[in-house]
Ligand binder design. Structure first.
Ligand SMILES: Cc1cc2nc3c(=O)[nH]c(=O)nc-3n(C[C@H](O)[C@H](O)[C@H](O)COP(=O)(O)OP(=O)(O)OC[C@H]3O[C@@H](n4cnc5c(N)ncnc54)[C@H](O)[C@@H]3O)c2cc1C
Ligand code: FES
Length: 272
């Protein structure tokens, strides 16, 4: 019998971590062999309700479990947020092209994240950390709305202590516990410890953040081909068949979701 390419396979929720008031990380144990490359995405199904695309946030080197970090925004995600350890979801994939790690080797790798956009970037960070001698340095700049909206709160200070890693975070609005930077992510993109001639930048966050970060990077002199954007366009099949995710001449699911700004620069509505 022909295999149904849309058929999700089962994965058990092994742990649920409350990251922020609206974001949870689900640690899943697939009941089948599963592996992914950093930056690829999966379609996750809530039985009887529907499915939605997410990018694993865990280390691709760990095969038996995957972490999916999910913001509660609508029908599928709000149902997922009610699910607990032991319950079963469906997953299919992985789909799309991941981050082109070979193109980052020997470079200063700048990572700019906003909000839940740090999820795919966490998986990228794990990949870079596991082979850190292949990269010149890793520079993370991350912003969230408030201190309580910071994801992976306990991990970020640990990442900052690693060799060749430089981390700065910011919040749009501080509170009396917050001693760090206050301002949009663009405000922590000045005086970057990177050499523009051998740097790549990977950006992931809400569309408005991606737009203004990209404009700032261009102003700073980064080349269009060195700016990588994760385009979280509305998707359905995930397989390049339905056309839902069209971005200009590309299908975000099949040709992306990671694109260089050079690929996208002439498309009018990329930030919408
Ligand atoms: C490749 C890819 C990877 C993604 N990775 C993650 C991830 O790791 N973590 C995460 O929290 N989210 C991720 N998203 C976004 C996630 O897929 C949506 O938030 C989800 O589909 C919303 O489904 P829903 O049924 O809960 O919301 P719906 O009821 O469908 O919609 C609720 C609201 O969310 C908006 N929305 C719907 N789909 C998207 C979308 N694709 N992107 C942005 N806004 C949307 C709608 O405009 C609406 O305002 C990713 C999206 C893509 C395409
Ligand atoms: S989601 Fe169907 S073509 Fe991309």
């Amino acid at each position: 019998m022909k295999k149904n390419i849309y058929q999700p396979l089962e994965a058990v929720i092994e742990e649920v971590i409350q990251e922020t008031p609206t974001i949870k990380t689900f640690v899943l144990r697939p009941k089948f062999d599963f592996s992914f490359q950093t930056g690829q995405f999966i379609e996750m199904t809530v039985p009887g309700l529907g499915e939605a695309p997410f990018t694993p946030s865990s280390d691709p080197g760990v095969k038996e479990k995957i972490d999916i970090t999910i913001m509660n925004v609508g029908t599928v995600t709000s149902k997922l947020h009610t699910m607990n350890k032991g319950e079963v979801v469906g997953i299919r994939g992985p789909y799309g092209k991941g981050y082109p790690l070979d193109k980052f080797k020997g470079k200063d790798v700048l990572i700019a994240g906003g909000g839940v956009g740090l999820a795919p970037l966490r998986s990228l960070l794990f990949s870079l950390f596991s082979d850190i001698d292949s990269y010149n340095k890793v520079v993370l700049r991350y912003g969230s709305r408030t201190p309580s909206d910071i994801v992976y709160k306990n991990s970020i200070p640990e990442w900052a202590k690693k060799k060749k890693v430089d981390v700065v975070t910011t919040v749009d609005v501080g509170d009396n516990t917050w001693k760090g930077n206050v301002g949009l992510v663009t405000t922590i993109l000045k005086d970057l410890p990177v050499d523009l001639n051998k740097a790549v930048v990977i950006v992931c966050g809400p569309p408005i953040m991606m737009k203004f970060v990209t404009l700032k990077l261009l102003e700073l002199g980064f080349s269009l081909k060195d700016i990588y954007l994760s385009m979280e366009k509305s998707m359905s099949c995930g397989l390049g068949k339905c056309g839902h995710c069209r971005v200009g001449k590309f299908y975000a699911c099949k040709d992306g979701p990671v694109f260089t700004y050079e690929d996208l620069k002439d498309i009018h509505d990329i930030w919408e």
